[in-house]
Design a protein around this ligand. Structure first.
Ligand SMILES: [Zn+2]
Ligand SMILES: [Zn+2]
Length: 312
């Protein structure tokens, strides 16, 4: 039985690299102007129209199993308001959070078919993590507004002129990648099974559906642990910078430098396992949380020091 993490605050698990990158990003003078433009242009409405007009809204009547799993994810991570959930036909194992004022989650049909329940909880928890940490606004700047402006198409310069330069987009995409480390932790806190989190990463990395991920787990963890030392650290500064920022895959396929939205899968695994090994995950899971107010009490407490509810 999963633990309900009442009162869970994102600050309990946010990654230091996420916080540092956000700090740098928020000191860039052009950011507030870009944010203001996002609201002025009604991007929020645009997304809502697309979701409601294009994808399947999930509820307890049409997809009871998926919806109940989703409610469970929301409960574990202590969501009072349940963001709307949609399915999109897409066979990549993925999901996405969007909407700033009214958050929504879009789950790919591939994730539903190719993941088991615990793995699905990981991916739902990851997306809920983006909402919980308030990542969605800047993510949407990166996925919608910046590409539109930097295309330089006249009708889309949106009066922002030269604002969207490398000066803002590099730190923005860097933060977008670093925020993923935080949400992988949220995903694990939601599914509460290391093997489920690893199962999702293994499928992302390429384990075909005909195979059982557990047969590859040991090798996969070894690859993650070895990753930085042998390959990454030996790169020169230029290659390191490029490979971290842009997708080499896209460069080969399209001849374009497209910013990558996620850190390398094996690096994500490495970072997540480091956090688990430090005991931080267990610490959050085992904290004595009051089921009424979420206050963290001590192991000796019989009643919540904040609200007086009895602690079982
Ligand atoms: Zn994410
Ligand atoms: Zn309490």
């Amino acid at each position: 039985m999963s633990k309900i993490l009442t009162g869970l605050e994102p600050t309990e698990y946010e990654h230091d690299l996420d916080k540092a990158a956000l700090n740098t990003l928020e000191r860039i003078p052009g950011l507030p102007k870009l944010t203001k433009k996002f609201y002025e242009l009604g991007f929020e409405k645009l997304i809502r129209i697309e979701y409601t007009g294009q994808y399947l809204a999930i509820n307890k009547n049409n997809f009871p199993k998926v919806f109940n799993l989703y409610l469970q994810a929301c409960k574990i991570l202590d969501f009072k308001d349940i963001p709307e959930l949609y399915i999109k036909f897409d066979y990549s194992v993925n999901a996405m959070a969007s909407g700033v004022e009214k958050p929504m989650i879009m789950l790919h049909s591939g994730a539903i078919d190719l993941l088991d329940d615990d793995e699905l909880l990981f991916i739902l928890g990851h997306e809920l993590g983006h909402i919980k940490s308030g990542h969605v606004l800047y993510q949407m700047l990166g996925s919608m507004l910046v590409p539109l402006v930097s295309k330089g198409v006249q009708q889309f310069t949106l009066g922002l002129g030269g604002l969207v330069t490398e000066g803002i987009s590099l730190p923005l995409y860097h933060w977008i990648r670093m925020a993923e480390f935080t949400c992988d932790r949220a995903g694990l806190l939601c599914c509460q099974k290391k093997e489920a989190a690893l199962g999702v990463f293994m499928k992302w990395a390429g384990v075909p559906i005909k195979y059982q991920t557990k047969d590859f787990e040991k090798e996969f963890i070894n690859q993650a642990i070895r990753f930085q030392e042998q390959d990454y650290d030996s790169m020169d500064k230029f290659v390191k910078g490029i490979s971290q920022t842009y997708s080499v895959d896209y460069l080969m396929q399209l001849g374009q430098l497209v910013p990558v939205s996620h850190p390398w899968t094996l690096l994500r695994v490495k970072k997540l396992l480091e956090w688990v090994d430090l005991g931080k995950y267990e610490e959050i899971l085992n904290a004595i949380r009051c089921s009424n107010c979420g206050y963290q009490n001590t192991i000796e407490s019989k009643f919540c020091a904040n609200c007086g509810t009895s602690i079982k």
